[in-house]
Design a protein. Structure first.
Length: 497
Protein backbone atom coordinates (compact mmCIF):
# COMPACT_ATOMS: atom_id res chain seq x y z
CA UNK A 1 0.00 0.00 0.00
CA UNK A 2 1.34 3.41 -0.93
CA UNK A 3 0.67 6.61 0.99
CA UNK A 4 1.55 10.24 0.31
CA UNK A 5 3.13 12.33 3.09
CA UNK A 6 3.49 16.10 2.98
CA UNK A 7 6.02 17.45 5.46
CA UNK A 8 6.12 21.24 5.71
CA UNK A 9 9.00 22.90 7.52
CA UNK A 10 9.64 26.54 8.30
CA UNK A 11 11.90 26.86 5.25
CA UNK A 12 10.84 24.18 2.80
CA UNK A 13 8.27 21.51 2.11
CA UNK A 14 8.38 18.09 0.55
CA UNK A 15 6.05 15.36 -0.64
CA UNK A 16 7.20 11.78 -0.23
CA UNK A 17 5.53 8.65 -1.55
CA UNK A 18 5.83 5.70 0.80
CA UNK A 19 5.54 2.04 -0.15
CA UNK A 20 5.10 -0.75 2.38
CA UNK A 21 5.60 -4.41 1.54
CA UNK A 22 7.13 -7.54 3.06
CA UNK A 23 10.62 -6.09 2.62
CA UNK A 24 9.84 -2.94 4.58
CA UNK A 25 9.30 0.73 3.78
CA UNK A 26 10.66 2.71 0.87
CA UNK A 27 10.20 6.46 0.70
CA UNK A 28 10.65 8.42 -2.52
CA UNK A 29 10.65 12.19 -2.71
CA UNK A 30 8.30 13.27 -5.49
CA UNK A 31 8.25 17.02 -4.88
CA UNK A 32 10.31 19.55 -2.92
CA UNK A 33 9.58 23.26 -2.72
CA UNK A 34 10.52 26.40 -0.82
CA UNK A 35 8.38 27.76 1.99
CA UNK A 36 9.43 31.36 2.33
CA UNK A 37 7.61 33.96 4.43
CA UNK A 38 6.32 37.07 2.68
CA UNK A 39 6.78 40.54 4.15
CA UNK A 40 4.10 43.07 3.23
CA UNK A 41 4.31 46.42 4.94
CA UNK A 42 5.21 45.80 8.57
CA UNK A 43 3.75 42.30 8.66
CA UNK A 44 5.20 38.85 7.95
CA UNK A 45 2.90 36.17 6.52
CA UNK A 46 2.95 32.58 5.31
CA UNK A 47 2.14 32.20 1.61
CA UNK A 48 -0.61 29.67 2.30
CA UNK A 49 -2.05 29.66 -1.22
CA UNK A 50 1.37 28.87 -2.65
CA UNK A 51 1.60 25.96 -0.20
CA UNK A 52 -1.82 24.72 -1.36
CA UNK A 53 -0.60 24.94 -4.95
CA UNK A 54 2.50 22.88 -4.06
CA UNK A 55 0.34 20.24 -2.37
CA UNK A 56 -1.66 19.93 -5.60
CA UNK A 57 1.61 19.76 -7.56
CA UNK A 58 2.64 16.81 -5.42
CA UNK A 59 -0.56 14.98 -6.31
CA UNK A 60 -0.05 15.80 -9.99
CA UNK A 61 3.51 14.44 -9.95
CA UNK A 62 2.39 11.25 -8.20
CA UNK A 63 -0.22 10.71 -10.91
CA UNK A 64 2.43 11.24 -13.60
CA UNK A 65 4.38 8.39 -12.03
CA UNK A 66 1.35 6.15 -12.41
CA UNK A 67 0.77 5.93 -8.65
CA UNK A 68 -2.51 6.00 -6.77
CA UNK A 69 -1.87 6.56 -3.05
CA UNK A 70 -4.19 4.85 -0.62
CA UNK A 71 -4.28 7.98 1.53
CA UNK A 72 -2.45 11.22 2.21
CA UNK A 73 -1.50 13.22 5.31
CA UNK A 74 0.05 16.62 6.07
CA UNK A 75 2.29 17.68 8.96
CA UNK A 76 3.85 21.08 9.63
CA UNK A 77 5.28 23.39 12.29
CA UNK A 78 2.95 24.36 15.14
CA UNK A 79 1.30 27.48 16.63
CA UNK A 80 0.31 29.28 13.39
CA UNK A 81 -3.25 29.32 12.07
CA UNK A 82 -5.86 30.68 9.66
CA UNK A 83 -9.41 31.84 10.29
CA UNK A 84 -12.41 30.98 8.13
CA UNK A 85 -15.32 33.38 7.74
CA UNK A 86 -19.00 32.45 7.97
CA UNK A 87 -19.00 31.63 4.25
CA UNK A 88 -16.12 29.19 4.69
CA UNK A 89 -13.54 31.42 3.00
CA UNK A 90 -10.10 32.20 4.42
CA UNK A 91 -10.12 35.67 5.98
CA UNK A 92 -6.47 36.50 5.37
CA UNK A 93 -2.98 35.09 5.01
CA UNK A 94 -1.83 33.44 8.25
CA UNK A 95 0.75 35.43 10.15
CA UNK A 96 4.28 34.07 10.58
CA UNK A 97 5.19 33.28 14.18
CA UNK A 98 8.23 35.58 13.91
CA UNK A 99 6.05 38.60 13.06
CA UNK A 100 6.95 41.46 15.36
CA UNK A 101 3.40 42.42 16.34
CA UNK A 102 3.32 39.61 18.92
CA UNK A 103 6.32 40.93 20.88
CA UNK A 104 5.53 41.66 24.51
CA UNK A 105 2.11 39.99 24.65
CA UNK A 106 3.37 36.87 26.44
CA UNK A 107 4.76 38.96 29.28
CA UNK A 108 1.47 40.85 29.55
CA UNK A 109 -0.72 37.73 29.69
CA UNK A 110 1.59 36.11 32.22
CA UNK A 111 1.23 39.12 34.49
CA UNK A 112 -2.56 38.95 34.20
CA UNK A 113 -2.98 35.20 34.74
CA UNK A 114 0.38 34.12 36.27
CA UNK A 115 2.69 31.60 34.68
CA UNK A 116 1.62 28.91 37.11
CA UNK A 117 -2.06 29.15 36.18
CA UNK A 118 -1.39 29.05 32.43
CA UNK A 119 0.98 26.10 32.80
CA UNK A 120 -1.36 24.18 35.08
CA UNK A 121 -4.09 24.45 32.45
CA UNK A 122 -1.97 23.61 29.39
CA UNK A 123 1.40 22.07 30.34
CA UNK A 124 2.97 24.06 27.50
CA UNK A 125 6.26 25.96 27.59
CA UNK A 126 6.29 29.72 27.35
CA UNK A 127 7.28 30.89 23.88
CA UNK A 128 6.45 34.41 22.77
CA UNK A 129 4.83 33.23 19.53
CA UNK A 130 2.44 30.65 21.00
CA UNK A 131 -1.06 30.85 19.55
CA UNK A 132 -2.41 32.11 22.87
CA UNK A 133 -0.39 35.32 22.49
CA UNK A 134 -1.04 35.64 18.76
CA UNK A 135 -4.81 35.55 19.30
CA UNK A 136 -4.58 37.90 22.29
CA UNK A 137 -2.65 40.35 20.10
CA UNK A 138 -5.28 40.24 17.35
CA UNK A 139 -8.09 40.71 19.86
CA UNK A 140 -6.47 43.64 21.66
CA UNK A 141 -5.47 45.31 18.41
CA UNK A 142 -9.07 45.15 17.21
CA UNK A 143 -8.46 42.78 14.31
CA UNK A 144 -11.58 42.54 12.11
CA UNK A 145 -10.70 38.90 11.45
CA UNK A 146 -11.92 37.77 14.86
CA UNK A 147 -15.28 39.50 14.48
CA UNK A 148 -15.82 37.80 11.12
CA UNK A 149 -14.35 34.39 12.04
CA UNK A 150 -16.35 31.19 12.21
CA UNK A 151 -13.57 28.55 12.48
CA UNK A 152 -9.99 28.38 13.70
CA UNK A 153 -7.71 26.04 11.74
CA UNK A 154 -4.01 25.43 12.16
CA UNK A 155 -1.77 25.16 9.09
CA UNK A 156 -2.28 21.42 8.34
CA UNK A 157 -5.97 21.75 9.26
CA UNK A 158 -6.28 24.60 6.77
CA UNK A 159 -4.53 22.77 3.95
CA UNK A 160 -6.69 19.71 4.61
CA UNK A 161 -9.76 21.96 4.47
CA UNK A 162 -8.70 23.25 1.05
CA UNK A 163 -8.42 19.63 -0.11
CA UNK A 164 -11.56 18.16 1.45
CA UNK A 165 -13.92 20.94 2.55
CA UNK A 166 -13.89 19.44 6.08
CA UNK A 167 -12.87 21.87 8.86
CA UNK A 168 -11.32 19.63 11.54
CA UNK A 169 -8.74 20.33 14.28
CA UNK A 170 -6.08 17.72 15.13
CA UNK A 171 -4.80 16.86 18.62
CA UNK A 172 -0.98 17.08 18.42
CA UNK A 173 -0.98 20.48 16.74
CA UNK A 174 -3.79 21.75 18.95
CA UNK A 175 -1.63 21.16 22.01
CA UNK A 176 1.08 23.52 20.69
CA UNK A 177 -1.27 26.50 20.93
CA UNK A 178 -1.11 26.83 24.75
CA UNK A 179 -4.91 26.91 24.56
CA UNK A 180 -5.61 23.18 24.87
CA UNK A 181 -6.12 21.53 28.26
CA UNK A 182 -4.59 18.02 28.15
CA UNK A 183 -6.26 17.00 31.41
CA UNK A 184 -9.81 17.79 30.28
CA UNK A 185 -9.04 16.91 26.66
CA UNK A 186 -10.65 20.12 25.44
CA UNK A 187 -9.82 23.65 24.40
CA UNK A 188 -9.45 25.70 27.59
CA UNK A 189 -12.48 27.94 27.96
CA UNK A 190 -10.96 29.96 30.80
CA UNK A 191 -7.92 31.04 28.78
CA UNK A 192 -10.04 31.78 25.70
CA UNK A 193 -12.48 33.84 27.78
CA UNK A 194 -9.61 35.82 29.28
CA UNK A 195 -8.29 36.89 25.88
CA UNK A 196 -11.81 37.52 24.57
CA UNK A 197 -11.89 34.82 21.88
CA UNK A 198 -14.99 32.66 21.43
CA UNK A 199 -14.58 28.96 22.10
CA UNK A 200 -17.10 28.39 19.28
CA UNK A 201 -14.24 28.87 16.80
CA UNK A 202 -12.65 25.60 17.89
CA UNK A 203 -13.77 22.11 16.99
CA UNK A 204 -13.09 18.87 18.81
CA UNK A 205 -9.47 17.88 18.24
CA UNK A 206 -9.35 14.46 16.57
CA UNK A 207 -6.59 11.98 17.34
CA UNK A 208 -3.82 11.04 14.88
CA UNK A 209 -5.01 8.33 12.52
CA UNK A 210 -8.52 9.73 12.06
CA UNK A 211 -9.90 9.87 8.54
CA UNK A 212 -11.08 13.44 7.91
CA UNK A 213 -12.60 13.30 4.45
CA UNK A 214 -11.36 12.78 0.93
CA UNK A 215 -10.27 14.94 -1.97
CA UNK A 216 -12.98 17.28 -3.22
CA UNK A 217 -14.52 16.08 -6.46
CA UNK A 218 -13.35 19.31 -8.11
CA UNK A 219 -9.73 18.47 -7.27
CA UNK A 220 -9.84 14.78 -8.13
CA UNK A 221 -11.67 15.60 -11.36
CA UNK A 222 -9.17 18.28 -12.37
CA UNK A 223 -6.20 16.02 -11.62
CA UNK A 224 -7.82 12.94 -13.09
CA UNK A 225 -7.39 10.82 -9.97
CA UNK A 226 -9.74 9.05 -7.60
CA UNK A 227 -10.94 10.63 -4.35
CA UNK A 228 -7.92 9.92 -2.12
CA UNK A 229 -8.80 9.58 1.60
CA UNK A 230 -7.17 12.23 3.81
CA UNK A 231 -5.86 11.21 7.25
CA UNK A 232 -5.21 13.51 10.19
CA UNK A 233 -1.73 12.24 11.06
CA UNK A 234 0.36 13.51 13.98
CA UNK A 235 0.19 16.89 12.31
CA UNK A 236 2.76 18.69 14.39
CA UNK A 237 5.95 17.76 12.56
CA UNK A 238 7.76 16.85 15.77
CA UNK A 239 4.87 14.55 16.67
CA UNK A 240 5.37 12.76 13.37
CA UNK A 241 9.15 12.72 13.81
CA UNK A 242 8.83 11.02 17.20
CA UNK A 243 6.67 8.28 15.64
CA UNK A 244 9.63 7.55 13.35
CA UNK A 245 12.26 7.29 16.12
CA UNK A 246 13.62 3.74 15.62
CA UNK A 247 13.85 3.05 19.35
CA UNK A 248 14.00 -0.46 20.79
CA UNK A 249 13.44 0.56 24.43
CA UNK A 250 10.24 2.10 25.78
CA UNK A 251 12.42 4.67 27.55
CA UNK A 252 14.29 6.75 24.97
CA UNK A 253 15.42 10.30 24.32
CA UNK A 254 15.12 11.99 20.96
CA UNK A 255 16.33 15.11 19.21
CA UNK A 256 14.34 16.25 16.18
CA UNK A 257 16.91 18.39 14.44
CA UNK A 258 16.23 21.05 11.80
CA UNK A 259 15.48 24.77 11.77
CA UNK A 260 14.34 24.13 15.33
CA UNK A 261 15.81 21.48 17.61
CA UNK A 262 13.33 19.71 19.87
CA UNK A 263 14.65 17.37 22.53
CA UNK A 264 12.70 15.21 24.91
CA UNK A 265 11.15 11.85 25.62
CA UNK A 266 7.82 10.10 25.18
CA UNK A 267 5.56 9.76 28.24
CA UNK A 268 2.09 8.38 28.90
CA UNK A 269 0.73 11.38 30.81
CA UNK A 270 1.64 15.08 30.80
CA UNK A 271 4.23 16.09 33.40
CA UNK A 272 2.61 19.30 34.64
CA UNK A 273 4.83 19.96 37.64
CA UNK A 274 6.55 22.95 39.27
CA UNK A 275 9.86 21.50 38.06
CA UNK A 276 8.83 21.32 34.40
CA UNK A 277 7.44 24.86 34.66
CA UNK A 278 10.69 26.11 36.20
CA UNK A 279 12.72 24.61 33.34
CA UNK A 280 10.18 25.76 30.72
CA UNK A 281 9.52 22.28 29.33
CA UNK A 282 6.42 21.44 27.35
CA UNK A 283 3.91 18.58 27.20
CA UNK A 284 2.75 18.31 23.60
CA UNK A 285 0.39 15.65 22.32
CA UNK A 286 1.75 12.61 20.54
CA UNK A 287 0.42 9.73 18.48
CA UNK A 288 -1.14 6.77 20.22
CA UNK A 289 -2.36 8.82 23.17
CA UNK A 290 1.17 9.69 24.30
CA UNK A 291 2.71 13.02 25.25
CA UNK A 292 6.03 14.54 24.30
CA UNK A 293 7.91 15.98 27.28
CA UNK A 294 10.34 18.21 25.45
CA UNK A 295 12.05 21.55 25.15
CA UNK A 296 12.48 23.78 22.10
CA UNK A 297 16.05 24.76 21.26
CA UNK A 298 16.74 27.39 18.63
CA UNK A 299 18.43 24.89 16.32
CA UNK A 300 20.04 25.32 12.92
CA UNK A 301 18.03 28.52 12.36
CA UNK A 302 21.08 30.46 13.58
CA UNK A 303 23.36 28.82 11.01
CA UNK A 304 20.74 29.13 8.25
CA UNK A 305 20.26 32.84 8.94
CA UNK A 306 24.02 33.40 8.95
CA UNK A 307 24.28 31.74 5.54
CA UNK A 308 21.42 33.89 4.20
CA UNK A 309 23.20 36.96 5.52
CA UNK A 310 26.42 36.00 3.72
CA UNK A 311 24.45 35.33 0.54
CA UNK A 312 22.96 38.84 0.68
CA UNK A 313 26.45 40.26 1.14
CA UNK A 314 27.78 38.40 -1.89
CA UNK A 315 29.80 36.04 0.33
CA UNK A 316 27.73 32.91 -0.25
CA UNK A 317 29.30 29.59 0.69
CA UNK A 318 28.20 26.01 0.20
CA UNK A 319 27.11 24.02 3.20
CA UNK A 320 29.83 21.43 2.66
CA UNK A 321 32.57 24.06 2.45
CA UNK A 322 31.26 25.86 5.52
CA UNK A 323 31.38 22.67 7.59
CA UNK A 324 34.90 21.99 6.34
CA UNK A 325 35.97 25.45 7.49
CA UNK A 326 34.17 25.01 10.81
CA UNK A 327 36.01 21.77 11.52
CA UNK A 328 39.33 23.52 10.83
CA UNK A 329 38.58 26.52 13.07
CA UNK A 330 39.98 26.72 16.64
CA UNK A 331 37.77 24.78 19.08
CA UNK A 332 35.65 26.36 21.83
CA UNK A 333 36.84 29.90 21.14
CA UNK A 334 33.35 31.45 21.31
CA UNK A 335 30.36 29.87 23.05
CA UNK A 336 26.84 31.21 23.51
CA UNK A 337 23.33 30.18 24.54
CA UNK A 338 21.43 29.41 21.30
CA UNK A 339 18.16 30.24 23.09
CA UNK A 340 19.11 33.77 24.03
CA UNK A 341 16.51 36.31 22.89
CA UNK A 342 19.17 37.85 20.64
CA UNK A 343 18.85 35.02 18.14
CA UNK A 344 15.08 34.92 17.61
CA UNK A 345 14.68 37.66 14.93
CA UNK A 346 15.76 37.23 11.33
CA UNK A 347 18.74 39.05 9.88
CA UNK A 348 22.18 40.23 11.13
CA UNK A 349 22.82 36.97 12.97
CA UNK A 350 26.61 37.16 12.87
CA UNK A 351 26.56 40.66 14.37
CA UNK A 352 24.50 39.36 17.28
CA UNK A 353 26.79 36.36 17.83
CA UNK A 354 29.73 38.73 18.09
CA UNK A 355 27.77 40.99 20.42
CA UNK A 356 27.02 38.05 22.75
CA UNK A 357 30.70 37.08 22.80
CA UNK A 358 31.77 40.68 23.39
CA UNK A 359 29.29 41.06 26.25
CA UNK A 360 30.56 37.85 27.90
CA UNK A 361 34.26 38.70 27.51
CA UNK A 362 35.00 36.13 24.82
CA UNK A 363 36.87 36.23 21.56
CA UNK A 364 34.58 37.44 18.76
CA UNK A 365 34.47 34.98 15.84
CA UNK A 366 35.38 36.75 12.62
CA UNK A 367 35.47 34.42 9.62
CA UNK A 368 32.72 32.10 8.42
CA UNK A 369 34.35 28.94 9.73
CA UNK A 370 34.78 30.36 13.23
CA UNK A 371 31.18 31.56 13.31
CA UNK A 372 29.84 28.19 12.12
CA UNK A 373 31.99 26.37 14.68
CA UNK A 374 30.70 28.57 17.50
CA UNK A 375 27.11 27.83 16.46
CA UNK A 376 27.54 24.06 16.22
CA UNK A 377 29.57 23.72 19.41
CA UNK A 378 27.07 25.86 21.32
CA UNK A 379 24.20 23.73 20.05
CA UNK A 380 25.96 20.49 21.02
CA UNK A 381 26.62 21.80 24.53
CA UNK A 382 23.04 23.03 24.93
CA UNK A 383 21.82 19.60 23.86
CA UNK A 384 23.70 18.08 26.81
CA UNK A 385 22.09 20.51 29.25
CA UNK A 386 18.59 19.81 27.95
CA UNK A 387 19.21 16.03 27.95
CA UNK A 388 20.16 16.25 31.63
CA UNK A 389 17.01 18.24 32.36
CA UNK A 390 14.91 15.67 30.47
CA UNK A 391 16.29 12.90 32.65
CA UNK A 392 15.67 14.97 35.77
CA UNK A 393 12.02 15.67 34.89
CA UNK A 394 11.12 12.24 33.54
CA UNK A 395 12.93 10.21 36.20
CA UNK A 396 14.56 8.20 33.42
CA UNK A 397 18.17 7.55 32.45
CA UNK A 398 19.06 7.35 28.76
CA UNK A 399 21.98 5.35 27.38
CA UNK A 400 22.13 7.41 24.20
CA UNK A 401 20.27 9.88 22.01
CA UNK A 402 18.22 9.29 18.86
CA UNK A 403 18.61 12.12 16.34
CA UNK A 404 16.12 12.39 13.48
CA UNK A 405 15.37 15.02 10.84
CA UNK A 406 17.27 16.86 8.14
CA UNK A 407 19.83 18.19 10.60
CA UNK A 408 21.44 14.76 10.91
CA UNK A 409 22.97 15.28 7.48
CA UNK A 410 25.32 17.62 9.35
CA UNK A 411 27.73 14.90 10.46
CA UNK A 412 29.87 17.37 12.37
CA UNK A 413 26.92 18.31 14.58
CA UNK A 414 26.07 14.63 15.16
CA UNK A 415 29.65 13.82 16.20
CA UNK A 416 29.98 16.86 18.42
CA UNK A 417 26.65 16.06 20.05
CA UNK A 418 27.86 12.55 20.92
CA UNK A 419 31.09 14.00 22.33
CA UNK A 420 29.20 16.64 24.29
CA UNK A 421 26.68 14.27 25.93
CA UNK A 422 29.27 11.52 26.45
CA UNK A 423 26.95 8.88 25.02
CA UNK A 424 26.25 7.36 21.61
CA UNK A 425 24.13 9.23 19.10
CA UNK A 426 22.01 7.19 16.72
CA UNK A 427 21.25 9.32 13.67
CA UNK A 428 18.39 8.41 11.36
CA UNK A 429 16.10 8.57 9.57
CA UNK A 430 16.70 11.98 7.97
CA UNK A 431 13.11 12.32 6.76
CA UNK A 432 11.73 11.44 10.18
CA UNK A 433 8.61 13.63 10.06
CA UNK A 434 7.54 12.35 6.64
CA UNK A 435 8.17 8.71 7.61
CA UNK A 436 6.25 9.12 10.87
CA UNK A 437 3.46 10.74 8.85
CA UNK A 438 3.36 7.63 6.65
CA UNK A 439 3.44 5.31 9.65
CA UNK A 440 0.32 6.89 11.17
CA UNK A 441 -1.46 6.46 7.84
CA UNK A 442 -0.52 2.77 7.80
CA UNK A 443 -1.67 2.36 11.41
CA UNK A 444 -4.98 3.95 10.38
CA UNK A 445 -5.35 1.43 7.54
CA UNK A 446 -4.49 -1.54 9.76
CA UNK A 447 -1.18 -2.28 8.05
CA UNK A 448 0.57 -1.71 11.41
CA UNK A 449 -1.10 -2.57 14.70
CA UNK A 450 0.59 0.22 16.66
CA UNK A 451 3.53 2.64 16.90
CA UNK A 452 5.93 -0.01 18.15
CA UNK A 453 5.37 -2.28 15.17
CA UNK A 454 5.86 0.76 12.93
CA UNK A 455 9.12 1.63 14.72
CA UNK A 456 10.42 -1.90 14.27
CA UNK A 457 9.79 -1.79 10.53
CA UNK A 458 11.27 1.73 10.29
CA UNK A 459 14.38 0.52 12.12
CA UNK A 460 14.77 -2.32 9.63
CA UNK A 461 14.07 -0.12 6.59
CA UNK A 462 16.32 2.92 7.03
CA UNK A 463 20.01 3.22 7.88
CA UNK A 464 21.02 4.55 11.29
CA UNK A 465 24.53 5.93 11.79
CA UNK A 466 26.08 5.57 15.23
CA UNK A 467 28.44 8.23 16.58
CA UNK A 468 30.59 7.46 19.62
CA UNK A 469 31.91 10.18 21.97
CA UNK A 470 35.43 11.52 21.39
CA UNK A 471 37.77 13.88 23.28
CA UNK A 472 35.76 13.56 26.49
CA UNK A 473 38.03 15.64 28.76
CA UNK A 474 38.07 18.56 26.32
CA UNK A 475 34.28 18.53 26.00
CA UNK A 476 33.86 18.27 29.80
CA UNK A 477 35.95 21.38 30.27
CA UNK A 478 34.03 23.19 27.53
CA UNK A 479 30.72 22.23 29.14
CA UNK A 480 31.74 23.74 32.45
CA UNK A 481 32.67 26.97 30.70
CA UNK A 482 29.42 26.90 28.71
CA UNK A 483 27.38 26.69 31.93
CA UNK A 484 29.27 29.58 33.47
CA UNK A 485 28.87 31.72 30.36
CA UNK A 486 25.21 31.04 29.73
CA UNK A 487 24.00 30.52 33.30
CA UNK A 488 22.00 27.64 31.87
CA UNK A 489 21.77 25.94 35.25
CA UNK A 490 19.61 28.84 36.47
CA UNK A 491 17.30 28.98 33.47
CA UNK A 492 13.93 30.44 34.41
CA UNK A 493 10.59 29.68 32.84
CA UNK A 494 10.05 31.83 29.80
CA UNK A 495 13.65 32.95 29.44
CA UNK A 496 13.91 31.08 26.16
CA UNK A 497 11.43 32.71 23.82
Amino acid sequence: MSVLAYDLGAGSGRALLGHLDDRGITATEVHRFKNEPVKAGERMYWDILRLHHEVLQGLHLVKQQGEQPGSLGIDSWGVDFGLLGHNGELLGNPYHYRDGQFNGMMEQIRKELTSQRIFERTGIQFLSFNTLYQLATLQRNGSPWLDAADRFLMIPDLLRYFLTGEAVNEFTNATTTQLYNPVSGQWDGELLAHIGVSDQLFGEAVMPGTRVGQLRSSISGELGISAVPVIAVAEHDTGSAVVAVPATDRSFAYLSCGTWSLMGTEIDHPAITPESLALNFTNEGGAGGTFRLLKNIMGLWILQESMREWERQGKGISYAELLKQAEAAPPFASLFDPDDDLFMPAGDMTIRIRQYCRDTGQQEPQDQGAIARSILESLALKYRRVLEWTEQLSGQSFNGLHMVGGGIQNQLLCQWTASSIGRPVWAGPAEGSAIGNMAVQWIASGAFKDIWEARRVIRDSFPVTEYEPKDRSIWEEAYGRFLRLTDSSKSQAGSEV
